[in-house]
Design a protein around this ligand. Structure first.
Ligand code: GMT
Length: 379
């Protein structure tokens, strides 16, 4: 199949899923083009035969900001005219699903080969951005007009049909996120000092300062029993400064490490006794899944699709979103009882293998594409 993938060039989340999907499809001998306004970091480091198109557009005094979405749409249309695409797969509803639909109608107008649009909803494109009154009408249109819509969890499918009246639940297929089990795998063993790790873009929804507060409480519990631990924070974003301030106020120097943006995620995830996710919303929790594949148990909040990824009490411990003491208690218990954290980590790896194996999930996308273009492929 000739497949175009349209995504944000993000370090995590939908940018990673789109990049890994593009690489996997190319590995399965499809012709794959990826379109974005910058190079997605996961793809930049991979040698796979995906053709990447970075389109940014030209600045012009009349434009308030350079409209790279229009430049991307032009690039896709141009490529469709010269090489042809069967499927255009948009990751994140705003603006990509809208851009893909616009290309589909421009192609029809020009009597080019018909192009099928698949939209994958990732979370905040529905719950925050897409639901904002300034975008909601267009999000609703994008969902209704796509040839197929997928959501990364049952929870996101439910929230989409609740938020956007008139969208039938059967019209959205759940295809979960996935992980490469060879790249993300258990390493040589635990670090000597018990440790917890967190990876994110430090946006407000991730509540990193709250997590540092929870770690401070957990550390108090451990210290009262003569034990020690550290928290490793990986990533960068708007709440980094606030997280640093909380760490300083709570006297956590020497206990909290800020590593900034890092690529060597499996090496950072696998030695940890726990992976922490303190989000107020999480449609899936891809970094939690990557940690699980590395054999690391998750301490998290019971929000969104996270309970579909982490089996509470088996592959991790979840607590209600406002329960700081409960979260801290879970964290302390895994940092203190390394036998328990290892057993949960092993169960987490098993779950990642059973439900979220890259090869099996990519096959679900291929089947969806084939269903959409089946007749044409046969001819
Ligand atoms: O909202 C974000 O954090 C960004 C978004 C993305 O596009 O990067 O992340 C969402 O998509 C990920 C991939 O499907 C999911 O694993 C995240 O849970 C989801 N984030 C939220 O729902 C907050």
């Amino acid at each position: 199949m000739r497949i175009g993938i349209l995504c944000h060039p993000t370090y995590g989340g939908s940018g990673v899923v789109a990049s890994e999907l593009a690489l996997s499809l190319a590995e399965n001998d499809h012709r794959v083009h990826l379109f974005s306004h910058d190079m997605p970091p996961r793809l930049a480091r991979a040698p796979g035969p995906v053709e990447v198109h970075v389109a940014q557009g030209s600045p012009y005094p009349l434009f308030h900001s350079t409209p790279h979405d229009l430049a991307i749409m032009s690039r896709i249309l141009d490529l469709h005219r010269s090489e042809g695409l069967d499927v255009l797969h948009a990751h994140y509803a705003i603006p990509h699903a809208v851009s893909a639909l616009q290309v589909r109608s421009a192609a029809a107008e020009a009597k080019l080969d018909p192009l099928k649009v698949v939209t994958t909803l990732h979370g905040t494109d529905i719950t925050l951005v897409g639901n904002d009154p300034s975008y909601a009408p267009l999000t609703r249109y994008a969902i209704a007009a796509s040839d197929a819509v997928t959501a990364v969890s049952e929870d996101l499918r439910r929230r989409t049909t609740d938020n956007f009246e008139g969208v039938p639940p059967c019209g959205i297929e759940v295809i979960p996120n996935f992980v490469d089990l060879e790249e993300f795998c258990p390493g040589a063993g635990r670090a000597e000092r018990p440790s917890a790790v967190h990876v994110s873009n430090f946006r407000k929804v991730k509540r990193v300062p709250w997590l540092v507060e929870a770690f401070a409480l957990a550390l108090e519990k451990l210290a009262s029993r003569g034990a020690d631990a550290e928290l490793v924070l990986v990533g960068d974003g708007p709440q980094l400064g606030e997280a640093r301030r909380v760490a300083q106020q709570r006297g956590l120097e020497g206990h909290v490490k800020f590593l900034g943006l890092r690529d060597a995620l499996p090496d950072l995830l696998s030695p940890a006794d726990a992976f922490c996710v303190a989000s107020t919303e999480e449609s899936f929790g891809l970094s939690a899944l990557e940690a699980m594949a590395c054999g690391t148990a998750v301490v998290g909040t019971r929000v969104g699709g996270l309970p579909e990824v982490v089996e509470d009490g088996v592959s991790g411990l979840l607590s209600p979103v406002e329960d700081l003491a409960g979260f801290a208690g879970h964290l302390a218990s895994l940092l203190e009882d390394r036998g328990r954290s290892s057993a949960m980590g092993a169960a987490a790896r098993e779950r990642a293998m059973a439900l979220f194996d890259r090869r099996r999930v990519v096959e679900q996308y291929e089947n969806l594409y084939r269903r959409l273009i089946g007749g044409r492929l046969a001819s």
